[in-house]
Design a protein around this ligand. Sequence first.
Ligand SMILES: Cc1ncc(COP(=O)(O)O)c(C=O)c1O
Length: 585
Amino acid sequence: MTPTLLVTSVVVLALVASLPMLWRRLELSRAKHPSLAGHSRLAKRIARLVPYYSYDGERFFGSDGAPAEVVAARRRALGQLSDTFGRRFAKSIAATRGAADGISDLQFTGRYRVPFQYSAKLRAMLPVGAFVQSSSGVQVTDLDGNQFYDLTGSYGVNVFGVDFYKECIAEGGARVKDLGPVLGALHPCVSWNVERLKEISGLDEVSFHMSGTEAIMQAVRLARYHTGRGHLVRFCGAYHGWWEDVQPGIGNPLPPGRTYTLRDMHSDSLRVLQHRRDIACVLVNPLQALHPNASAPGDSALVDGSRRAHFDRAAYSAWLRKLRDVCTQRGIVLIFDEVFVGFRLAPGGAQEYFGVRADMVTYGKTLGGGLPVGVLCGRADLMKRFREDRPADICFARGTFNSHPYVMGAMQVFLERLDSPEIQSVYAGIDDRWNHAAQRLNARLDGAELPVRVTNLSSIWTVVYTRPSRYHWLLQYYLRAEGLALSWVGTGRIIFSLNYSDEDLEQVMRRFVSAALKMHADGWWWHDERLTDQSIRRTILREMIAQRLGRPLPVPLQLASRAAGSAQDQSSGPAAGTAARGSTA
Ligand SMILES: Cc1ncc(COP(=O)(O)O)c(C=O)c1O
């Protein structure tokens, strides 16, 4: 054989040998969602390029190119709203301002309530108080004595109403008080909790942790230990806590390591699971059924009207069944992360609600009866942390506060009450009740010709918008002025506790419509046919490029023509002057 022939043969053989690998790589690429949320590395690179700039002056009010009279109306309205906030929430705002310097979380949430271009001015004009003094029924009271309907759901913890949890904590505390805060040794109520959780989850063993994030860490570690494989699969947009491996991309300084972020509800993802040999587990957060492949819909990302959500129970159940099948075939551990939705959709959680069983299930939030907790339930073979035949090969997981007596006491009361006729009746017809409420609100919004609708997964709602606008994020402030409290992510996540009475719901709906009507009357939803989601995004992109290049921000259409008009009139009044300067940062 000549040397040339030898080299050619080696190259051809190497190519042939690498074909399956290349094919699998291609398959993986195809299973990524085309959005940035599906491409964590790229998303991070792009995030690093986005420059800060802010709107002041006329651009804050006219970034959509609204005509002068609309801009003036908005300016007046924001001034009035600011006065109302300052008067009504004075103590809460003062306490928040005083504390924010020392509470990094407050600085973060305060900054990311709305798109960053508007954030600085809005923080100055509409500061939101972070402190409340009491809660009762479905309401919270701030430091100034204002009562708000609580639509935050305490990040999902509050399923049955604050009074329910106060009772769980008080009664649970009383049960364990003789033991007190002794750790390591277990209070007897732990055995009861374990038995009940085994029944609820249909799984063999339970481990207790301090947060949902930790329960997920433990589930993934065990899946890796038992399968001998390194990678985990999560679906695009899904939140599983803030641990590195489940939060690749923006927010995590490290590059994605052993995480595949695949497209939710898509056959290409099933193919990846079918063919790859390095996948230990698949994580499913059933909340994604409401907005597959999209991240939690915070108002800081509400730059236009493109937020979409829709829940199709049958389609999501069918998807979970397919996932179940492929995971069973391939020996991949299927983990349902029910930290958010567990006990909210049905007494047996998402497994019962969607009719699909997982190999491991995590719970948290509400299960602590109002105290912090994370719980992992799993098959016995997956939960084992050691090997009979290899004594040194262990899978470590301990935590100082795991099985804390007070948490276990509150959990026991929670689980006991879950079986009470009172709580069982809350679950009866639960979806019909919440679907009907959402439909009623939508009918009213539609009747009032407002560009706002709600979409829901049972008692978890999200607000969507029927046409493009740059100002949808303001609705959360109008809602607040009407006495409706949302969490810092704003209108993207409204969480009801199930103890809302029909009268409470009626009140919330009235206030919601009233807030939207006021926002409409104040001109924020002024609309021009040229204003599309695409044109808004293009404008923002042009602004970012200009800012990066150190040039003045391009001026929105109407503002530009007004500025030109005033220049022609040689009467450059203060408003036109501000517009022409384009309020560069
Ligand atoms: C589905 C899901 N998993 C995990 C977590 C993390 O739980 P924790 O905040 O208790 O760490 C959350 C929190 O929101 C969640 O929604």
